[in-house]
Design a protein around this ligand. Structure first.
Ligand SMILES: *Cc1c(COP(=O)(O)O)cnc(C)c1O
Length: 482
């Protein structure tokens, strides 16, 4: 007699079983459409933990029952990114065609580490990477790989840069006088983290001050000269396009020219902003990107893919091949005179999901131009919010938006001292998010807490951003009267 679990597995492969879960996805799209209901939960992690505090399930239950729990226990208190009032972090309400592709990626489960495990997906990844390096403006020598995200992409780029400057580091380590890396003061923590991970030590990071939230090229020039004068080799300069706090774009032409003059590796962290390449009107912000030796670009940010869809692009793919000097002859196969098909030896990961398929699908379905226009729409609504803020006296904007990110503050009647305004903005963010009316973030700029929105949702329109300002003002009035 066979174990009934085997029959359960077989019955779960029927379309009717899948329909239980697909119905939840459709319900989610529907229930978030008209902007009713709370954007997030008011429950604390402790309260939520009580809900899931149960012993390891030893036996199974019906898929219907499990789907029901997903609905009542998980979805009900999740952040609803598809709600038009979600304006928080740089995480997308993912493009629908990508969502529908996810189960297919799972069911085929092609590992893109080696071609023999993913005959079509590996070839597609090569194709998609080539499309992207073409957009950057690089030639046939370029290459790259998909990654789990921008953090892995920047880590891998800096590993390649380390290998270029200390070719023996893989076997011998970095030695007592490691090279330095320079980045803007608003760079993502992925940069300092990589230095720790790579054995250079975070003390090897030199941060360059900004002008209007962009790396100051003159200060970069001086810091490069100073580093050399103090006997330090420079491993890389990291520029950021689409900084996390304000979505600002460093001047890649100026920074690229300086890096060329000093013979220094330029890595561009375009996790957020490289997607502007798809926009007809905004690609100019990336002028000079082709000067980079490596670029991190997260389709799961500006191209609105589900996590995890990250990408590292290399001007010369051999830099990436050398980064991971390891050999695994039982796994990888060489291809004479060309880039090997096997992508695993150019990646931090071994087993790797064919996330490229959802990227390929959205390019087929919406076209690069269509996705570029969605990016434009998000930036346009952000500009409109900026205009609305500057026309009011009870708010101030901290910068003009360069992408879909905007930082601003609530000032009220403007007659309070600045400590009061600081505390008010902190409390306001918490109160507003708890109200369920919307969801935004808080960051610190020049020592002050500021409200921050990232518009990632194609459903968010001008009347929603007006509702944001009115909702914040109403919550602030409550806080002040308490
Ligand atoms: C989001 C982001 C990162 C980190 O990317 P992950 O995909 O979250 O790993 C790095 N740099 C910038 C500028 C980002 O916006």
């Amino acid at each position: 007699m066979t174990d009934p679990i085997l029959e359960t597995l077989e019955s779960d492969t029927q379309a009717a079983s899948g329909a239980e879960v697909v119905a939840l996805v459709a319900e989610y799209f529907d229930s978030t459409r008209d902007g009713t209901g709370a954007v997030s939960t008011e429950l604390t992690p402790e309260q939520l933990a009580v809900r899931f505090d149960e012993p390891l399930p030893r036996g199974g239950q019906s898929l219907r029952h499990v789907a029901q729990r997903l609905r009542t226990d998980v979805m009900a208190d999740a952040n609803r990114l598809y709600h038009p009032m979600y304006m928080g972090h740089q995480v997308a309400p993912p493009l629908p065609a990508a969502v529908w592709t996810e189960p297919l990626i799972s069911v085929m489960n092609q590992s893109v580490a080696v071609w023999e495990m993913s005959p079509t997906a590996t070839v597609i990844e090569h194709r998609v990477i080539r499309w992207m390096t073409d957009l950057v403006g690089w030639d046939e020598a370029s290459g790259g790989t998909l990654t789990s995200g921008g953090t892995e992409a920047t880590f891998t780029a800096l590993l390649a840069a380390r290998n270029a400057i200390i070719p023996d580091a893989w076997t011998d380590g970095v030695g007592a006088n490691p090279p330095v890396v320079l980045c803007g003061e608003h760079a993502h923590y992925a940069v300092s983290r990589a230095l720790g991970e790579l054995g250079l030590g975070v003390r090897s990071l030199i941060t360059i001050p900004s002008r209007e939230f962009r790396m100051d090229p003159d200060a970069l020039e001086r810091a490069l000269v100073d580093a050399r004068a103090s006997g330090k080799a420079v491993m890389a300069v990291v520029a950021t396009v689409g900084s996390t706090a304000t979505g600002s774009f460093d001047d890649l032409s100026a920074i690229g020219a300086i890096c060329d003059a000093h013979g220094v590796w330029l890595h561009v962290d375009g996790a957020h902003g490289a997607s502007a390449l798809l926009s007809e009107s905004r690609a100019a912000a990336l002028h000079g990107l082709e000067r980079a030796r490596s670029v991190a670009w997260d389709p799961h940010k500006g191209m609105l893919l589900p996590i995890a869809t990250g990408m590292l692009l290399m001007r010369d793919d051999r830099d990436l091949q050398r980064a991971f000097a390891q050999r695994a002859p039982y796994l990888f196969h060489e291809r004479a005179g060309a880039r090997a098909w096997d992508l695993g030896k150019e990646s931090f990961q071994c087993s790797r999901r064919a996330d490229v398929l959802k990227l390929w699908v959205v390019l087929q379905r919406y076209g690069a131009d269509g996705i570029g226009r969605v990016y434009d729409h998000l930036c346009d609504v952000t500009c409109d919010l900026y205009d609305a803020i500057t026309s009011r006296t009870d708010f101030e904007a901290l910068h003009a938006p360069e992408s879909n990110i905007l930082c601003f503050r609530y000032l009220g009647a403007g007659n309070q001292d600045s400590d009061f305004i600081d505390a008010l903005n902190r409390n306001l963010r918490a109160a507003y998010n708890r109200s369920g009316k919307g969801w935004i973030t808080l960051t610190v700029l020049e020592g002050r807490p500021v409200l921050r929105v990232t518009l990632m949702n194609h459903r968010t329109r001008t009347h929603h951003t007006r509702a944001l300002l009115d909702g914040l003002a109403a919550e602030a009035a409550k806080l002040i009267s308490e």
